[in-house]
Design a protein around this ligand. Structure first.
Ligand SMILES: *Cc1c(COP(=O)(O)O)cnc(C)c1O
Length: 380
């Protein structure tokens, strides 16, 4: 790469011809396609910087909500709801507005632990029933005396994916709250199996962060309305009923980032035009197969997730032999413009983490693993 290249780090040595066409392999924020940026630029003077209460912006929000309903083949009565604050905000919203007395949480990494911490801290809820598994492994929810079950579709910190499936032996009182932040858009599932399936734009939907979106079942909407009526104090910003009412009007409670909405709408349109959820999931699976096959064939690398059925098709975590410094590999890749393969900071493993969302081209993943091999060979 030329001396003017913008990336920090050790000297570069890989020839340009070896590099992936796009070097963004982060797990979020993740690759935004140039076509999305171009579409945003085209909206420049007429749309960006205009009121989110007026028709042009509301049209985009409406298109986005309809596009997602299409993409997820949303069952009758389900609604696409959105608001500001990202998935972290939705944990507090769900704690305030969806859990009646007690939740069960599957905790298999940093993100699932954070939601469990939120319901644990809530003074109006009983301590949750927490089902933990070691990082890199999986466990599932089990019927218990709770009114909400929470688990991640894809635990981004470890690269473990779980099925989206109603917990057996539970009644209609039990809500299924699934964190789809990094799974949504890349892992296929049946929306009917969750009551609140929530996510954010900066992973498979290749946009900027800051928004939360949720597919809410009639039971989830009813629960939020009931808790609202019961008189629990809910901070206005966390009021899910207000978010539902605003979303029905293609608005948000307070001002959203217009650029994020436009970028995400463009990505959902692209996904739907290409074949929707099935196509996207297939593309991610192809990318994941390249990484896992490479890691298993290479004597210096092992997939961190031991059980193949638990391995995520959107975030692949690969451990390196102690003789290789994975952080040095990541730094060298970064110098070449191949970025964000560093593992989740708190996991503390000698690892690379590959974000394989639908925007990433499988051909680029093929080029990437060849570059990793070349860097490993070149390291002292
Ligand atoms: C990224 C991520 C989050 C956090 O999303 P924010 O929009 O930054 O709040 C939550 N859960 C999972 C599974 C994630 O991957």
């Amino acid at each position: 790469m030329s001396a003017a290249q913008p990336f920090d780090g050790p000297p570069t040595f890989l020839p340009d011809s070896m590099l992936p066409a796009d070097g963004r392999f982060g797990s979020g924020p993740a690759k935004i396609r140039q076509e999305q940026v171009d579409a945003l630029t085209a909206l420049g003077r007429s749309w960006l910087g205009t009121s989110h209460r007026q028709a042009p912006v509301r049209r985009v929000v409406g298109e986005l909500r309809a596009g997602l309903a299409d993409f997820f083949a949303l069952p009758d009565g389900y609604e696409v709801v959105l608001g500001n604050g990202g998935s972290n905000a939705f944990w507090d919203i769900a704690t305030s507005c969806l859990v009646l007395r007690r939740a069960q949480h599957v905790v298999i990494g940093e993100f699932s632990a954070k939601f469990a911490a939120a319901t644990t801290a809530a003074p109006f809820l009983a301590d949750p029933d927490v089902r933990r598994a070691e990082p890199g492994s999986a466990t599932t929810a089990q019927a218990a005396q709770v009114d909400a079950y929470a688990w991640p579709h894809n635990e981004t910190s470890t690269g473990v994916a779980l099925p989206v499936q109603r917990v057996a032996g539970t009644g209609p009182e039990a809500l299924m709250l699934v964190d789809g932040t990094s799974g949504a858009g890349g892992l296929a599932f049946d929306a009917e199996q969750a009551d609140a399936y929530y996510f954010a734009p900066q992973k498979c939907f290749g946009s900027d962060g800051g928004l939360w979106l949720a597919l809410l079942s009639p039971a989830a909407i009813e629960r939020a309305e009931r808790i609202g009526r019961d008189g629990r104090w809910i901070p206005a910003f966390l009021d899910l009923v207000a978010a539902i009412e605003n979303s029905r009007k293609d608005q948000t409670l307070n001002t959203p980032a217009l650029a994020t909405l436009a970028l995400m709408n463009e990505q959902v349109r692209w996904l739907n035009e290409n074949g929707g959820q099935a196509w996207a999931a297939q593309r991610c699976a192809s990318s994941a197969a390249i990484v896992y096959d490479w890691a298993q064939a290479n004597p210096l690398t092992t997939p961190f997730v031991a059980v193949p059925a638990h391995r995520s098709q959107v975030v692949a975590t690969i451990d390196f032999d102690d003789s290789i410094d994975a952080a040095a590999v990541a730094a060298t890749l970064r110098a070449h413009g191949i970025v964000d393969l560093e593992p989740y900071r708190k996991l503390g493993r000698n690892q690379l983490r590959f974000g394989l969302y639908p925007a990433v081209q499988p051909d680029d993943v093929r080029a990437l693993v060849a570059c990793v091999d070349a860097v490993v060979e070149h390291l002292p």
